[in-house]
Design a protein around this ligand. Sequence first.
Ligand SMILES: NC(=O)c1ccc[n+]([C@@H]2O[C@H](COP(=O)([O-])OP(=O)(O)OC[C@H]3O[C@@H](n4cnc5c(N)ncnc54)[C@H](O)[C@@H]3O)[C@@H](O)[C@H]2O)c1
Length: 148
Amino acid sequence: MNKIKDKVVVITGGAGLLGIQHINAVLSNGGKAVVIDINLKKINLLKKKFKSESNNIIFVRCDISNENMVKKTLSKILNRFRRLDILINNASVDYPPLKKNNKYKLENFSINDFKKDIDVSLIGSLICTKIFEHINEPINETSISFFN
Ligand SMILES: NC(=O)c1ccc[n+]([C@@H]2O[C@H](COP(=O)([O-])OP(=O)(O)OC[C@H]3O[C@@H](n4cnc5c(N)ncnc54)[C@H](O)[C@@H]3O)[C@@H](O)[C@H]2O)c1
């Protein structure tokens, strides 16, 4: 049985590498995709890519670590699709490629960067799960996962 058909699936960090795979999976199974991302440039590129699917997909620029922005995002989703069914907590801090002097090695990793990571992966996932609370199926993919 196709569990995605006609379901509204929210994908946080949906404009990233795995996000695009999630979008393709949702659309090819007859679902509706809500793509949430902080990066407007990536969102605009994807809007062009998925132009022919505009009835089945919306894009919302939102920082998931900001509770007010996530609340406004919920209103946008409900205005457009009237419901939401599945949340994929997928967003994570978009680090640039590793450099030679590797500041992302644990011994060089800045506590401020670590806090930003926690803000998105952990707090952001918690905020989305809390605000989209009436949905049935939270799926977590963040590195710091607290549901699965
Ligand atoms: N790519 C892999 O091979 C892989 C493997 C295992 C786990 N993961 C996990 O899967 C998730 C997605 O990975 P990815 O490779 O697609 O990462 P990615 O960096 O390509 O995508 C993450 C997206 O999250 C967005 N984002 C960052 N901060 C945000 C915020 N505050 N609010 C909203 N959006 C925000 C970024 O703009 C980006 O588009 C991550 O949690 C990652 O740890 C990825």
